[in-house]
Design a binder for this molecule. Structure first.
Ligand SMILES: Nc1nc2c(c(=O)[nH]1)N[C@H]1C(S)=C(S)[C@@H](COP(=O)(O)O)O[C@H]1N2
Ligand SMILES: [Mo]
Length: 320
């Protein structure tokens, strides 16, 4: 017999509010998270509580217990002051310049091979998407790494809202181009806008996450605010920042780094310690903050969730 347990987004907001009135919303949500309320069948975090809080208080969002990092969370200061965001320049200190990126108003167009193409306001996404916290590892192709408590929602929830058509094979991510705020765009030899992509099948994997917050706060612009992508089993350059358009397409898009140097930065870019970058080893990584060197893991340690995506793709250059 199949007993149906309501999922998070099916818990009406009125069921949450009374406690919030008594203890204060934030305390109530924290307490609920601590008690494991908001955990549904199979230990999936229930996003309703989170969703209620999302717009006002990202700190109260429930942490998804399926994907724990097994490593210490990187200090917020380190994760928010050591960044790759070439639109603001090629050094790691772009957080200063990135403060000029306006975060509101912000809309994301979702178009291409979908039944209902439309433009979403960021506030609407924060209110309607199943917001939860994911503590993910991030492994940059440059062989440094960090662990960040992101908040956001699986991209599958957004795709469900627009209805990908059967001929949609790839998801293409486009970053904003705002010359007044982004001095790096003057480096005109780069193929702006920053484009990234994955397959529809990869996007359907629950790990594929649209990030709207970090460390319980709105996502800072230098980390790709107000909305960026992240697939933690791939090298960090696959995670397009400050997205303005997400398109479902039939052909594999030419991605930013592939256009610059295809021999070094391929389409799949799954983390693999045994496949060296042409110019350096990928066997280990430098931990942001401590500076410690630790071994890199296949699929950045997420193989149990994603290896199955690639069993029929052995002829592809899956790793770099
Ligand atoms: N638009 C855009 N997205 C980008 C980049 C960039 O330069 N521009 N750099 C990528 C790289 S190489 C990495 S490692 C991650 C870094 O994310 P973080 O700054 O939040 O650590 O962002 C990725 N997304
Ligand atoms: Mo990177």
């Amino acid at each position: 017999m199949l007993i149906r347990i309501p999922r998070g987004w099916e818990i009406p907001e009125r069921d949450v509010t009374p406690e919030a009135l008594v203890f204060g919303r934030r305390a109530a949500l924290k307490a609920a998270a601590g008690l494991g309320i908001g955990l549904g069948a199979g230990g999936i975090a229930l996003p309703a509580l989170a969703q209620t809080a999302a717009a006002t208080d990202a700190a109260a969002v429930g942490r998804n217990p399926r994907y724990l990092p097994g490593r210490e969370i990187t200090a917020e200061k380190d994760a928010t002051t050591y960044n790759n965001y070439y639109e603001f320049g090629t050094d790691k200190g772009v957080y200063r310049a990135a403060q000029k990126l306006p975060q509101r108003p912000w809309t994301v167009k979702v178009d291409g091979l979908v039944d209902s193409p439309r433009e979403f306001d960021i506030e609407e996404l924060l209110k309607t998407m199943p917001i939860e916290e994911r503590v993910y590892r991030l492994r940059c192709v440059e062989a440094w790494s960090m662990v960040v408590p992101w908040t956001g929602f699986p991209i599958s929830a957004l795709l469900k809202a627009v209805g990908p058509r059967p001929d949609a094979k790839y998801v293409r991510f486009e970053t904003a181009v705002l010359p007044a705020a982004m001095p790096g765009l003057r480096q005109s030899w780069y193929p702006w806008p920053y484009i990234e992509a994955c397959t529809v099948e990869e996007a359907a994997n629950d790990l594929s996450f649209l990030v709207t917050g970090a460390y319980g706060k709105p996502l800072p612009p230098q980390n790709g605010g107000p909305i960026r992508f992240h697939q933690p089993w791939k090298y960090g350059f696959k995670a397009g920042k400050s997205l303005v358009k997400i398109s479902l397409v039939a052909q594999r898009p030419k991605t930013f780094w592939e256009a610059i140097q295809a021999s070094e930065y391929g389409f799949w870019a799954n983390v693999n310690p045994e496949v060296s970058h042409p110019r350096w080893s990928q066997a280990s990584e430098r931990v942001l903050g401590s500076g410690e060197r630790i071994p890199t893991q296949l699929f950045n340690g997420y193989g149990e969730f994603v290896a199955g995506l690639y069993t029929n793709l052995q002829k592809e250059r899956l790793w770099a």
